[in-house]
Design a protein around this ligand. Sequence first.
Ligand code: ADP
Ligand code: ZN
Length: 732
Amino acid sequence: MPITTPEFFDAGTLVGVLTTQPLDRVLDYRAPEGGCWRGAFVEVPLGPRKVLGVVWGPGRGDFDASKIRAVNRVLDVAPMRDELRAFIEKAAGYTLTPLPAMLRLATRAPGLGDPPSMRKVYRLGEGEPSRMTEARTRVIDAAREMGGLSLTLKELSEAAGVTSSVVKGLVKSGAIREEDTPRDTAFPRLDPGYGGKDLTEDQAAAAEMLREGQRAGGYETVLLKGVTGSGKTEVYLEAVAEALRAGRQALVLLPEIALSAEFLTRVKARFGARPAEWHSGVTMTERRRVWRMVGEGGCQVVVGARSALFLPFQNLGLIVVDEEHDTSYKQEDGVLYNARDMAVLRASILGCQVVLASATPSLESWANADAGKYKRLVLTSRFGPAVLPEMRALDMRAEKLPAGRWISGTLQRSVNMRLEKGEQALLFINRRGYAPVTLCRACGEQIGCPHCDARMVEHRFLKRLVCHQCGESMPIPEVCPSCEVEGKLAAVGPGVERLAEEAAVLFPEARIAVLSSDLFGTARELKDQVAAIAQGGADIIIGTQLVAKGHNFPLLTLVGVIDADLGLQGSDLRAAERTFQLMRQVAGRAGRAEKPGVALLQTYQPEHPVIRAILAGDEEAFWSAEADERRLAGMPPFGRLAGIILSGGDMAKVFDLGNFLARNDRALRQVGAEVWGPAPAPIARVKGRHRVRLLVKASKGVALQGALADWVAQVRLTGDMRLAIDIDPQSF
Ligand code: ADP
Ligand code: ZN
């Protein structure tokens, strides 16, 4: 997009203000005294209230002029840039989200309306105190030691070992100077020349391609593919360095931000200072600082979760989406958007480079690279002597395990071998809790969630049954809630906690660490645990999906996948893709350092094409076969798909509405799109609400959004009924 100079509106002229309130249009106001810039953050009157808004453009003037009110005040932050306004509009249009809801994502700045908050700092002054005491001398010495630098009251009094009143006393005489400085301070500068590694030939070539793209400027998407440990991070940090050299900012998106301690350390090692963080674990004060500094240029690199995409960067030159295939990039609540796709959109509007990094790219990105829309860079080997682990299937039909046991004899022997050598083993199961099913042996009842179409999962650690859909939980009952027979409830199937129990019996000497998201109170606890394990603080790691992502465990040489078939069940067309990615990723945990690794996959169907593809490690073949199937079916990424989720308390009414939409599909047929359903949604009942889904399918070139908007506009929602549109749904 060409950079246009911001338009200025003189006092009294009509401006259109977009607020974060659920209104369906931009409202006209009069520019305040002193005028305002386009993009200015403003406070406007709305009925009896004052609300936040952004000057979106000139007013429309189709309102009764006498009723138009004036903007109350312009907030003391940099105006929103044209680029971000364009991004918000396009993202809203693509996801069919109302503009105010989209704007809310970009205004999540604590204290946005407040004046920049100041704090008092203290340093050595020129004055002479009338009377010196020992305590006063200590304060002056401490201040002198700081040279010209300022300290807070607390810091200075602690440094001098006195109470704060001693410092205050010196302020009166001018011996210590008290000053106001803005609370939101700039982040330490990152130095692109600080700590680069010697790159391998492969890595250096890839880094140079990224740097070239940076220097050329303009939009490009690069798919950076390379097995885990091949140095993708090292390579894209060179693109970050290039952006820094050009004085531009960089944004790195990570899927599991809670796990980024290791990443932040690496950035610091590369650039000499830590970047800013943006995710739900960041304090309000810090978020406020990041939001402001990003807009004022006091922050060069942000490492964040998907919401960081909506930060008001002053001069963004690079977006990296690490683990681009990760499903957590798709927001499944509120505004439904895929952060990877939105990163590409923002980069294209901004005219900058976006790097999608993955060991196992999504089929979407793979196809885009194939079609020449994305540039592809491939790192083929792991860094150093490390090699990819050997992958083998363990045919569980031959293992003949007794009921209630999940670790096969072969896997047990392999683990023992590692333990003898002082190496680590990882047992992986993608299921939280103790057991997925609680079954009554008297009546056959499986305990379900009272509000959802889901089974209650036993969490022995919490001593409760928990619904993984809505979070409902209850104490583990003694009596079957259905037949009221006592003592017949049994835990069926394995979860990560149960696996830990079995491992404790099989490997009594081993130190076992369990990594599952619900066993950690805070992100910090998890970080500490991961760090301790990496340093050899455990012999056996038992974990869920949480361990599949990006940790380095240098002593780990064996990965045992307890149930490789788990992801292959169900009717989801993406099941194969997901399983392939997950298995490759988990296996990638083994053999990072000098020690070669092995991955053993326990499976009842070793002949399954997906399992065979995983074992063969022939990605190209796997992707081509997957792509052929999707192409034939006209499914994404070769066709377009949208989901409409209808929900409400009354199942019959929800279905009626679904049928109404399915019958009245003229708007869709006009663009050649077809409707499937209504059918129960993948999760058919959540929190007491019944959910029904319609899928809309169209061929690739169709501008589906307009037709969808017209189509759903026929619906009048009454009572508790809701309608949500999910463009590019994750499961189909
Ligand atoms: P990926 O992101 O592809 O999983 P990383 O960039 O994390 O790979 O690299 C894996 C490990 O190898 C890291 O510990 C990294 O520091 C190290 N490494 C990669 N390339 C080099 C290099 N050229 N010199 C030194 N260490 C390297
Ligand atoms: Zn529930």
